[in-house]
Design a protein around this ligand. Sequence first.
Ligand SMILES: Cc1cc2nc3c(=O)[nH]c(=O)nc-3n(C[C@H](O)[C@H](O)[C@H](O)COP(=O)(O)O)c2cc1C
Length: 197
Amino acid sequence: MTDILGEKGMDLLLREAHTAQAWIDQPVEEKTLRALYDLVRWGPTSANCSPARYVFITSDAAKARLKPSLADINLDKVMAAPVTILVGYDMEFYEYLPKLFPLAPDAKDWFTGSQQLIHDTAFRNGTLQGGYLILAARALGLDCAPMSGFDNALADAEFFPEGRIKSNFLCCIGHADASAYLPRTPRLEFSEACQLI
Ligand SMILES: Cc1cc2nc3c(=O)[nH]c(=O)nc-3n(C[C@H](O)[C@H](O)[C@H](O)COP(=O)(O)O)c2cc1C
């Protein structure tokens, strides 16, 4: 077994990384958000379709637009976060396939007339890209608070009124107040989650 990242790297990405519950007063600069996207975009997706779309909500005005869709339990955490990323998926992602997957010039045609395939592909790969986003943010020294406690339809009407992009989940990023972490919850054992066949 190789140990390329080292114990510290694996702690940073997963083992010691906690979901943020509160934030210290430290901004996240635009150049960091650009560096974050520059990492995330290299994560693999089927036929390189890259359907995730990201809205970086940073200003008070933009937060006010998100507020009505938030579940009460998430209100304070989102309002206090330096940045909240609305992660969506583009239901017309296939328009970019001639650029993204020139290896198969007809790739766009695979999706013609199949709303189910379009949705499944966009949601599956967009969700994977959301996972890459969390790991990339942690790799850059940021903390994350992903959340699905919001009204997707309300958020879609506010941020994606043309209907092409659908919201998936929110991910606040910033620098966590470590004193507010919840106790670490257990994870399933190998025998509970895995089959080795
Ligand atoms: C997709 C997703 C949705 C989540 N939704 C919420 C949420 O709406 N509100 C909340 O407080 N936490 C939410 N969480 C946080 C999880 O409960 C938390 O990440 C998990 O319990 C692990 O906590 P830990 O990282 O501190 O071990 C969500 C996490 C994920 C990945």
